[in-house]
Design a protein around this ligand. Structure first.
Ligand code: UDP
Ligand code: MG
Length: 335
């Protein structure tokens, strides 16, 4: 047993629950979830109790502007199996999840959203599947996206398929951040330092035995999505640039295409010069100019996108800042 990090941890009523690593950790990132958090916790605690395993629930307040933090603190005071940490600002879903994973002590770790879109009751069948298949990862695969508009469904469907096509890593389609991980997988994930985090890609990259668990994704129980369109696009850019060099290769493809066109035009110019036909009209010239100009800008933009990410990456900043914790613990180290 390591020395307690916080006086609260030596309290007799807390000792047994806090000092031993639980069988199961449940990591829940929350942005402005005050409205629905109690309902979520009630269902999640019931689902975790049904497994008969010892468990902890790690709540991460990702810079909420509503009363999420005080709801978390009251919940932690009422149930010692709950822990909470508050990030100093909004760091985004993927980093909030990373913060929770770094703190999780369980032998298995469930990642789940706080908005009840992912059913807490799936925990038992997911654990059964993990045991039965000896899997490192059991990932939730969405069968239906109830309550999401056609635009979100269509764009998500297209995105997952384009990403699979572009990426060298086999990232399963229609999966989100609802998954059960073994402690070893969590430790490996914690050891991945990248700034632009696309966790479902990172988990896929790790390899090992990964098994799908099909489920129906429910509509949000309360509150609003933390992923408006602009953020979704940023997320997609992280995914594609993080897991594929294909866009950079596209520049080469476009260069090849424009060289081909230019050669064709050269033949035309030479032939018309020899035959004495006057080259008429500036329209064709303008079109050619615009075409090459936009190809160049596109390539420059793509290179810039990767260069910018390289720049941010080399700063090696911490991924998040923890401002407050309900009862701090030692962060588990990677093996
Ligand atoms: N979330 C977060 N930080 C953010 C955005 C979202 O911690 O910047 C949390 C949010 O509270 C929820 C989960 O991440 O528990 C998934 O977010 P959301 O439901 O908004 O995404 P969607 O399901 O609409 O894709
Ligand atoms: Mg959601």
């Amino acid at each position: 047993m390591t020395a307690p990090l916080h006086p609260e941890m030596t309290r007799p009523d807390a000792a047994s629950a806090l000092d031993e690593a639980p069988d199961l950790s449940i990591v829940v990132p929350c942005l402005n979830e005050a409205e629905g958090l109690d309902a979520f916790l009630a269902r999640m605690v019931a689902a975790a109790e049904a497994t008969a395993l010892s468990f902890e629930i790690v709540l991460i307040d990702d810079g909420s502007t509503d009363t999420t933090w005080s709801v978390m603190m009251s919940a932690c005071a009422a149930d010692r199996r709950l822990r909470a940490m508050r990030l100093s600002r909004n760091f985004g879903h993927q980093r909030a999840l990373s913060a929770g994973l770094a703190q999780a002590l369980g032998k298995a770790v469930l990642q789940i959203d706080a908005d009840l879109q992912d059913p807490p009751e799936a925990l038992t069948p997911m654990l059964d599947l993990m045991r039965a298949t000896q899997a490192d990862v059991v990932y939730g695969r969405r069968l239906r996206r109830a309550g999401e508009g056609w635009f979100k469904r269509a764009s998500a469907g297209l995105f997952y398929r384009v990403l699979r096509w572009l990426s060298d890593t086999d990232i399963p389609a229609d999966t989100g951040d609802f998954r059960l991980l073994s402690a070893v997988t969590v430790a490996r994930l914690n050891a991945m330092p990248e700034q632009h985090r696309y966790l479902r890609g990172m988990v896929a990259w790790l390899g090992g035995k990964q098994v799908a668990y099909d489920y129906h994704r429910a509509p949000r129980a309360a509150g609003q999505t933390g992923y408006p369109l602009r953020r979704m696009m940023g997320f997609a850019a992280d995914a594609i640039t993080g897991f594929s060099m294909a866009p950079l290769r596209l520049c080469l493809g476009l260069a090849g295409l424009s060289v081909g066109i230019a050669l064709g035009l050269l033949v035309y110019v030479v032939v018309s010069a020899v035959t004495g036909t006057a080259v008429r009209g500036w329209a064709s010239l303008v079109i050619i100019f615009l075409f090459f100009q936009s190809v160049q800008l596109l390539c420059l933009g793509l290179v810039g996108e990767y260069l910018g990410r390289l720049f941010m990456e080399q700063k090696r900043r911490p991924l998040y800042i923890i401002a407050e914790q309900s009862h701090p613990r030692e962060t588990k180290k990677a093996p």
